[in-house]
Design a protein. Structure first.
Length: 275
Protein backbone atom coordinates (compact mmCIF):
# COMPACT_ATOMS: atom_id res chain seq x y z
CA UNK A 1 0.00 0.00 0.00
CA UNK A 2 1.46 3.37 -0.98
CA UNK A 3 1.40 6.04 1.81
CA UNK A 4 -0.29 9.32 0.97
CA UNK A 5 1.96 12.39 0.74
CA UNK A 6 2.11 14.39 3.95
CA UNK A 7 0.26 17.72 3.71
CA UNK A 8 3.23 19.29 5.53
CA UNK A 9 5.87 18.16 2.97
CA UNK A 10 6.47 19.48 -0.56
CA UNK A 11 5.10 17.12 -3.18
CA UNK A 12 8.57 16.38 -4.63
CA UNK A 13 9.93 15.42 -1.21
CA UNK A 14 6.94 13.17 -0.58
CA UNK A 15 7.47 11.36 -3.88
CA UNK A 16 11.15 10.85 -3.07
CA UNK A 17 10.19 9.43 0.32
CA UNK A 18 7.83 6.95 -1.31
CA UNK A 19 10.55 5.85 -3.75
CA UNK A 20 12.97 5.28 -0.87
CA UNK A 21 10.39 3.25 1.00
CA UNK A 22 9.79 1.12 -2.11
CA UNK A 23 13.52 0.39 -2.49
CA UNK A 24 13.95 -0.56 1.16
CA UNK A 25 10.86 -2.74 1.10
CA UNK A 26 11.75 -4.52 -2.13
CA UNK A 27 11.72 -8.29 -1.59
CA UNK A 28 14.99 -10.19 -1.83
CA UNK A 29 13.66 -12.15 -4.80
CA UNK A 30 13.39 -8.93 -6.81
CA UNK A 31 17.17 -8.46 -6.80
CA UNK A 32 19.17 -9.53 -9.86
CA UNK A 33 20.33 -13.13 -9.82
CA UNK A 34 23.52 -14.60 -11.27
CA UNK A 35 22.84 -16.62 -14.44
CA UNK A 36 22.63 -20.38 -14.08
CA UNK A 37 25.55 -22.33 -15.55
CA UNK A 38 25.11 -22.68 -19.30
CA UNK A 39 22.10 -20.33 -19.38
CA UNK A 40 21.51 -18.29 -22.53
CA UNK A 41 23.11 -14.85 -22.03
CA UNK A 42 20.57 -12.04 -21.83
CA UNK A 43 20.82 -9.36 -24.47
CA UNK A 44 23.00 -6.45 -23.30
CA UNK A 45 21.29 -3.27 -22.14
CA UNK A 46 21.09 -0.63 -24.84
CA UNK A 47 22.91 2.56 -23.94
CA UNK A 48 21.94 4.39 -27.09
CA UNK A 49 22.16 3.67 -30.82
CA UNK A 50 25.50 5.44 -31.29
CA UNK A 51 27.16 3.56 -28.41
CA UNK A 52 25.91 0.22 -29.66
CA UNK A 53 27.07 0.86 -33.22
CA UNK A 54 30.58 1.65 -32.04
CA UNK A 55 31.13 -1.74 -30.40
CA UNK A 56 32.74 -4.50 -32.49
CA UNK A 57 30.45 -7.44 -33.23
CA UNK A 58 31.78 -10.89 -32.32
CA UNK A 59 29.76 -13.95 -33.33
CA UNK A 60 30.30 -16.92 -31.01
CA UNK A 61 28.94 -20.20 -32.36
CA UNK A 62 28.26 -23.31 -30.29
CA UNK A 63 29.10 -26.04 -32.77
CA UNK A 64 26.44 -28.73 -33.37
CA UNK A 65 23.90 -26.92 -31.20
CA UNK A 66 20.33 -27.18 -32.53
CA UNK A 67 18.98 -25.85 -34.81
CA UNK A 68 21.40 -27.50 -37.20
CA UNK A 69 22.74 -26.37 -40.55
CA UNK A 70 21.15 -27.99 -43.65
CA UNK A 71 23.65 -30.31 -45.28
CA UNK A 72 25.27 -31.11 -41.94
CA UNK A 73 22.32 -32.21 -39.80
CA UNK A 74 23.80 -35.69 -39.22
CA UNK A 75 26.91 -34.17 -37.70
CA UNK A 76 25.74 -33.93 -34.10
CA UNK A 77 29.21 -33.78 -32.57
CA UNK A 78 31.44 -35.92 -30.41
CA UNK A 79 30.37 -37.49 -27.12
CA UNK A 80 31.88 -38.47 -23.81
CA UNK A 81 32.71 -35.08 -22.31
CA UNK A 82 31.76 -34.22 -18.70
CA UNK A 83 28.49 -32.63 -19.85
CA UNK A 84 27.36 -35.37 -22.25
CA UNK A 85 27.22 -34.43 -25.92
CA UNK A 86 29.58 -31.97 -27.57
CA UNK A 87 26.80 -29.46 -28.23
CA UNK A 88 26.24 -28.99 -24.49
CA UNK A 89 29.92 -28.35 -23.83
CA UNK A 90 30.05 -25.91 -26.74
CA UNK A 91 26.96 -24.12 -25.47
CA UNK A 92 28.43 -23.61 -22.02
CA UNK A 93 31.69 -22.21 -23.36
CA UNK A 94 29.85 -20.02 -25.87
CA UNK A 95 27.54 -18.55 -23.25
CA UNK A 96 30.36 -17.79 -20.83
CA UNK A 97 32.39 -16.22 -23.63
CA UNK A 98 29.46 -14.01 -24.64
CA UNK A 99 29.08 -12.72 -21.08
CA UNK A 100 32.81 -12.05 -20.73
CA UNK A 101 33.08 -10.32 -24.09
CA UNK A 102 30.09 -8.10 -23.34
CA UNK A 103 31.70 -7.05 -20.07
CA UNK A 104 34.77 -6.09 -22.11
CA UNK A 105 32.69 -3.78 -24.31
CA UNK A 106 32.10 -6.16 -27.22
CA UNK A 107 28.76 -6.67 -28.95
CA UNK A 108 28.95 -10.47 -28.56
CA UNK A 109 26.16 -12.51 -30.15
CA UNK A 110 25.51 -16.23 -29.55
CA UNK A 111 24.92 -18.48 -32.54
CA UNK A 112 23.76 -22.09 -32.89
CA UNK A 113 24.92 -24.50 -35.60
CA UNK A 114 22.59 -22.84 -38.10
CA UNK A 115 24.07 -19.38 -38.62
CA UNK A 116 21.33 -16.77 -38.61
CA UNK A 117 20.89 -14.50 -40.36
CA UNK A 118 22.64 -15.99 -43.37
CA UNK A 119 25.57 -13.74 -44.28
CA UNK A 120 25.63 -12.00 -40.89
CA UNK A 121 28.50 -9.56 -40.57
CA UNK A 122 30.84 -8.70 -37.76
CA UNK A 123 34.44 -8.22 -36.73
CA UNK A 124 35.04 -11.84 -35.71
CA UNK A 125 33.35 -15.23 -36.00
CA UNK A 126 34.46 -17.94 -33.53
CA UNK A 127 33.08 -21.49 -33.64
CA UNK A 128 33.53 -23.59 -30.48
CA UNK A 129 34.03 -27.39 -30.67
CA UNK A 130 35.87 -30.32 -29.12
CA UNK A 131 37.32 -33.34 -30.89
CA UNK A 132 36.54 -37.07 -30.54
CA UNK A 133 38.66 -39.79 -28.83
CA UNK A 134 42.21 -39.82 -30.10
CA UNK A 135 41.79 -36.35 -31.57
CA UNK A 136 43.58 -33.12 -30.80
CA UNK A 137 43.10 -29.53 -29.78
CA UNK A 138 43.57 -27.14 -32.69
CA UNK A 139 42.58 -23.81 -34.19
CA UNK A 140 41.60 -23.35 -37.83
CA UNK A 141 40.93 -20.26 -39.89
CA UNK A 142 39.17 -19.34 -43.13
CA UNK A 143 41.32 -19.72 -46.23
CA UNK A 144 41.03 -18.78 -49.89
CA UNK A 145 41.04 -21.18 -52.79
CA UNK A 146 37.98 -23.28 -52.21
CA UNK A 147 34.52 -23.53 -50.77
CA UNK A 148 32.67 -25.37 -48.02
CA UNK A 149 32.66 -29.14 -47.64
CA UNK A 150 30.01 -31.41 -49.13
CA UNK A 151 29.15 -34.77 -47.60
CA UNK A 152 26.83 -37.63 -48.41
CA UNK A 153 23.28 -36.98 -47.31
CA UNK A 154 23.20 -34.69 -44.29
CA UNK A 155 26.88 -35.02 -43.38
CA UNK A 156 28.10 -38.60 -43.77
CA UNK A 157 31.43 -39.77 -45.15
CA UNK A 158 34.40 -37.68 -46.24
CA UNK A 159 34.05 -34.01 -47.11
CA UNK A 160 34.98 -32.74 -50.53
CA UNK A 161 34.68 -29.52 -52.51
CA UNK A 162 31.92 -30.71 -54.87
CA UNK A 163 28.55 -32.26 -54.01
CA UNK A 164 28.01 -36.02 -54.04
CA UNK A 165 24.98 -37.24 -56.01
CA UNK A 166 23.10 -37.64 -52.73
CA UNK A 167 24.40 -34.53 -50.93
CA UNK A 168 21.67 -32.57 -49.15
CA UNK A 169 20.94 -29.08 -50.41
CA UNK A 170 22.99 -26.33 -48.77
CA UNK A 171 21.72 -22.86 -48.04
CA UNK A 172 22.64 -20.19 -50.54
CA UNK A 173 24.13 -17.79 -51.29
CA UNK A 174 27.30 -18.87 -49.50
CA UNK A 175 29.72 -16.12 -48.56
CA UNK A 176 33.31 -16.09 -49.82
CA UNK A 177 36.79 -15.83 -48.30
CA UNK A 178 39.18 -13.32 -49.86
CA UNK A 179 42.85 -12.73 -49.11
CA UNK A 180 42.10 -9.97 -46.57
CA UNK A 181 39.79 -12.27 -44.62
CA UNK A 182 42.40 -15.04 -44.67
CA UNK A 183 45.15 -12.73 -43.36
CA UNK A 184 42.97 -11.37 -40.57
CA UNK A 185 41.67 -14.84 -39.69
CA UNK A 186 45.18 -16.29 -39.53
CA UNK A 187 46.28 -13.58 -37.10
CA UNK A 188 43.23 -14.19 -34.92
CA UNK A 189 43.90 -17.94 -34.98
CA UNK A 190 47.47 -17.45 -33.80
CA UNK A 191 46.33 -15.37 -30.83
CA UNK A 192 43.59 -17.85 -29.94
CA UNK A 193 45.95 -20.82 -30.23
CA UNK A 194 48.55 -19.14 -28.00
CA UNK A 195 45.92 -18.42 -25.35
CA UNK A 196 44.55 -21.96 -25.49
CA UNK A 197 48.03 -23.49 -25.27
CA UNK A 198 48.78 -21.52 -22.10
CA UNK A 199 45.84 -23.06 -20.21
CA UNK A 200 46.09 -26.56 -21.70
CA UNK A 201 48.47 -27.91 -19.07
CA UNK A 202 48.76 -31.41 -17.65
CA UNK A 203 48.03 -29.96 -14.24
CA UNK A 204 44.72 -28.64 -15.65
CA UNK A 205 43.90 -32.09 -17.01
CA UNK A 206 44.87 -31.70 -20.67
CA UNK A 207 46.09 -35.00 -22.13
CA UNK A 208 45.30 -34.89 -25.86
CA UNK A 209 47.76 -33.59 -28.41
CA UNK A 210 47.82 -29.86 -29.14
CA UNK A 211 48.11 -29.34 -32.91
CA UNK A 212 48.19 -25.55 -32.80
CA UNK A 213 47.10 -23.54 -35.84
CA UNK A 214 46.12 -25.71 -38.80
CA UNK A 215 47.97 -24.63 -41.93
CA UNK A 216 46.16 -24.03 -45.20
CA UNK A 217 45.68 -27.18 -47.24
CA UNK A 218 46.35 -29.63 -44.41
CA UNK A 219 42.89 -30.34 -43.02
CA UNK A 220 39.95 -29.75 -45.34
CA UNK A 221 37.38 -30.30 -42.57
CA UNK A 222 38.90 -27.41 -40.61
CA UNK A 223 40.17 -25.17 -43.43
CA UNK A 224 36.79 -25.15 -45.17
CA UNK A 225 34.40 -25.37 -42.23
CA UNK A 226 30.91 -24.44 -43.43
CA UNK A 227 30.51 -21.67 -40.86
CA UNK A 228 33.14 -19.63 -42.66
CA UNK A 229 30.73 -19.48 -45.61
CA UNK A 230 27.67 -18.33 -43.64
CA UNK A 231 29.07 -15.01 -42.40
CA UNK A 232 30.83 -11.96 -43.80
CA UNK A 233 32.85 -11.40 -40.61
CA UNK A 234 36.29 -9.91 -41.19
CA UNK A 235 37.93 -12.74 -39.22
CA UNK A 236 36.68 -16.37 -39.01
CA UNK A 237 38.12 -19.11 -36.83
CA UNK A 238 37.15 -22.53 -35.47
CA UNK A 239 38.47 -23.86 -32.16
CA UNK A 240 38.72 -27.52 -31.19
CA UNK A 241 39.29 -26.96 -27.47
CA UNK A 242 40.39 -30.53 -26.79
CA UNK A 243 39.38 -34.14 -27.24
CA UNK A 244 36.94 -36.16 -25.15
CA UNK A 245 37.33 -38.24 -23.10
CA UNK A 246 41.13 -37.76 -23.13
CA UNK A 247 40.82 -34.14 -21.94
CA UNK A 248 37.79 -34.52 -19.69
CA UNK A 249 39.45 -33.03 -16.62
CA UNK A 250 40.39 -30.03 -18.70
CA UNK A 251 37.02 -29.78 -20.45
CA UNK A 252 35.32 -29.42 -17.06
CA UNK A 253 37.09 -26.08 -16.70
CA UNK A 254 34.57 -24.10 -18.74
CA UNK A 255 35.44 -20.83 -16.98
CA UNK A 256 39.16 -21.25 -17.58
CA UNK A 257 38.62 -22.11 -21.23
CA UNK A 258 36.14 -19.33 -21.98
CA UNK A 259 38.27 -16.75 -20.13
CA UNK A 260 41.35 -17.67 -22.17
CA UNK A 261 39.49 -17.57 -25.48
CA UNK A 262 37.75 -14.30 -24.59
CA UNK A 263 41.05 -12.64 -23.65
CA UNK A 264 42.50 -13.69 -26.99
CA UNK A 265 39.53 -12.29 -28.91
CA UNK A 266 39.71 -8.99 -27.03
CA UNK A 267 43.48 -8.75 -27.59
CA UNK A 268 42.90 -9.41 -31.29
CA UNK A 269 40.23 -6.72 -31.55
CA UNK A 270 42.57 -4.25 -29.85
CA UNK A 271 45.41 -5.17 -32.19
CA UNK A 272 43.04 -4.44 -35.08
CA UNK A 273 42.06 -1.13 -33.40
CA UNK A 274 38.44 -2.16 -33.16
CA UNK A 275 38.22 -1.93 -29.38
Amino acid sequence: MRPAPSPFLPTSLAVASVACLAIVAAPAGAQSQAPAPGAEPAAPARTGPSARRSRPVVLVQAGHLSPGEPGYLAQTGASGNPFGGEAEFNRRVRNDMVRRLRRAGVDARPLAARVEPLGVGGATFVSIHHDSPGGAAMVGYAVTGGNENYYRGQGFGTGRSTPYPDSATHRTPATTVNSAVQRTSAATARRVAAALKRVRTRRAGARARFAGVIAQGTNRRINHFYGFYRTTAQSRVIVEVGAAPDDNRFLRRVGTISAALSRAVVADLRARRLL
